[in-house]
Design a protein around this ligand. Sequence first.
Ligand SMILES: Cc1cc2nc3c(=O)[nH]c(=O)nc-3n(C[C@H](O)[C@H](O)[C@H](O)COP(=O)(O)O)c2cc1C
Length: 183
Amino acid sequence: MSVLGISGSMRKNGNTALLVTTILDRVREAGIETEFLTLAGMDIRPCTGCEACKSAKWCATEDDDWAGVAEKMIGCEVLVLGAPTYYYDINGQTKNLIDRTYSLYHDRRLAGRKAVSVAVCADRGCERTLETIEGFLNTHEFSYLGYVCGKGYAPGDVRKDERAMERARQVADTIIRYLRPED
Ligand SMILES: Cc1cc2nc3c(=O)[nH]c(=O)nc-3n(C[C@H](O)[C@H](O)[C@H](O)COP(=O)(O)O)c2cc1C
């Protein structure tokens, strides 16, 4: 699959999901395959720091939803990863997903893909949310196609952030140009 969008929010139809799907919708309209995953309702437990992944090259915690998301990440060309801001940083569910990808780092299983980061906050803290996502992307040797930072509190509020909605469309166009350079 070409473009995988993940919303790390526990709100299924929250602002993060809205921005990520805005990007995916435009990319799909250009005829490119996309898939959207929400971490809402998923059971993604924290990294235990057991280090078993150093030899197994896969996370030892196997009985939750992490592996399904990890397999989709391995299979994508472009990852759009979004998270809401909680206390000036990403929320716990997204952090659990990221921490567990340590198991994919030893063999650089995610290296060489492109990525877009998406962050939402009500007022302040988006910058660190983006930095945390970028830390994950840089560590795994993704290259960066851009970011979107949106403001909103209640689900759907980010629609009113016209700058963010426009930025989401611009980032989508960057993804399209990358995947379809001949167009
Ligand atoms: C536990 C918690 C912590 C939050 N911390 C912040 C914060 O530090 N800064 C901020 O501007 N908004 C904060 N918010 C507001 C959310 O970032 C905001 O509602 C955002 O739109 C949620 O995105 P979502 O709809 O995708 O879940 C917090 C919300 C919750 C529930």
